[in-house]
Design a protein around this ligand. Structure first.
Ligand code: NIG
Ligand code: FE
Length: 410
């Protein structure tokens, strides 16, 4: 099956990632462009005048609209049940995220909801959420467990996340976040909890069921120490899961250094990252994933994105969509926040949500770029040039979502 997309007013030719430092802003655009898709992949792209003369089964005229690669949300907690709007209201009255967590709310509140939800209920709530993400241009999403906090409930979350790939037609990458919080039955016994969640039998079930590519931990005061996090991730790594870390979010813990020692795919959050950490990241393959939606939603200083890009880091962005610290589902909104709060350029923000986000999921040879042979994941935007997307905060310009060469949303 060969499809041609023509009359593209502006094609933003994001190359394969990771793109470091200045390269994030040096992306070419082609005016009056054509993209040729063969089956699931990009077969050719370029200026209309150079397009090869071949027959097509399908020709799509996009009438001067802008085309960009499908967006990749490389950090979400999109499988959960219920909401935490009551905590949202408490914060308007001065309560902080950490105070709510210490009082037994926060992650534990979502844990109660997830444990109490049937697998069907969890699937249907999460599917609705993912459909909205697709309508905002997300074509690949990472989803973490972490609200089960028991072997059975974590496995339930991972199974639901896996099934969502079929239901939504986008790619879902799954992460075992067994160490998100200490559940009440292990209160004061975090070491024992870590041992239970790194049990060989549980990790074998995850591996044999291909339930998770990555393992993640909330390394923070009030959650898990660097040593506990290391023990958990080392165990998961022995069972084939690649480490990721929630690092330096509310305070500086040293999680980034530990993550680098373990060869983590990404370190995420980084609001309190140190200059030494940035220097070490620059010499590594680990992707820094920034989540400015959290800073909008619960406050706190944003991560030093400019400093990182100037230090030649391949910065990625994600929504961190979850019921407690950020309910944003749209990467378009995140790109706007990256521009206003992190002082990233619109192009840097797009690269951070495509090529570099793909690298955070170790998929940068497959998605996140306009390159021949790459998966044909494309967005047709109802704007003539890309900058208008982050500029018009909260306005969704996504007109068509093409996944593996097929339209999945219009
Ligand atoms: O990425 N920091 C820890 N985990 C999530 C929040 C989870 C929650 O509050 O439910 C985060 O911000
Ligand atoms: Fe998170």
């Amino acid at each position: 099956m060969r499809t041609v997309i023509y009359n593209i007013g502006q094609l933003v030719v994001v190359p394969s990632g990771p793109l470091r430092g200045a390269a994030m802003n040096a992306v070419e655009r082609i005016d009056n462009a054509v993209v040729i898709i063969e089956d699931e992949s990009i077969a050719w792209f370029g200026a209309k005048g150079n397009a090869p003369k071949t027959d097509y089964e399908e020709a799509i005229d996009v009438h001067g609209r802008c085309v960009v690669p499908g967006l990749i949300d490389c950090h979400t907690h999109a499988v959960y049940a219920g909401d935490r709007a009551d905590e949202f209201t408490l914060r308007t009255k001065g309560a902080t995220y950490e105070q709510i967590m210490q009082a037994g709310g926060g992650i534990r509140s979502s844990m109660r909801a997830v444990r109490g939800a049937s697998e069907d209920q969890l699937r249907s709530e999460s599917q609705t959420r993912l459909k909205r993400m697709v309508s905002c241009g997300t074509t690949t999403v990472e989803i973490k467990s972490g609200y089960g906090l028991s072997p059975d409930a974590e496995l339930k979350m991972l199974r639901v996340a896996r099934e969502l790939a079929e239901k939504t037609q986008i790619d879902v990458s799954t992460t075992y976040l067994g160490a998100h919080a200490v559940p009440p039955e292990f209160e004061g016994r975090a070491d024992e909890y870590i041992a239970a969640m790194s049990d060989d039998g549980l990790l074998t079930t995850i591996r044999d069921g291909s339930l998770a590519e990555f393992a993640d931990v909330f390394c923070e005061r009030g959650a898990f120490s660097v040593e506990q996090s290391r023990r958990f991730l080392e165990a998961c790594k022995r069972f084939g899961m690649t480490p990721k870390v929630h690092a330096e979010q509310l305070s500086h813990s040293g999680a980034t250094r530990m993550a680098l020692e373990l060869g983590a795919a990404s370190v995420d959050h980084l609001e309190h990252v140190s200059d030494d950490d940035i220097g070490a990241l620059a010499k590594s393959e680990t992707i820094p994933v920034l989540l400015p939606g959290c800073n909008l939603f619960i406050g706190g200083q944003p991560a030093p994105a400019r400093k990182m890009i100037n230090a030649n880091l391949p910065v990625a962005l994600a929504t961190d969509h979850n019921p407690g610290s950020c309910t944003i589902e749209s990467l378009g909104v995140i790109m706007s926040l990256a521009c206003t709060m992190l002082k990233m350029t619109p192009m840097e923000a797009l690269v951070a949500c495509t090529a570099n986000a793909a690298a955070a999921l170790r998929r940068s040879r497959v998605v996140g770029a306009i390159e021949v042979g790459y998966q044909a994941d494309l967005l047709v935007l109802d704007i003539p040039r890309f900058e208008l997307w982050p500029y018009r905060v909260g306005v969704n310009p996504v007109r068509d979502v093409i996944k593996r060469g097929r339209p999945i949303y219009r």
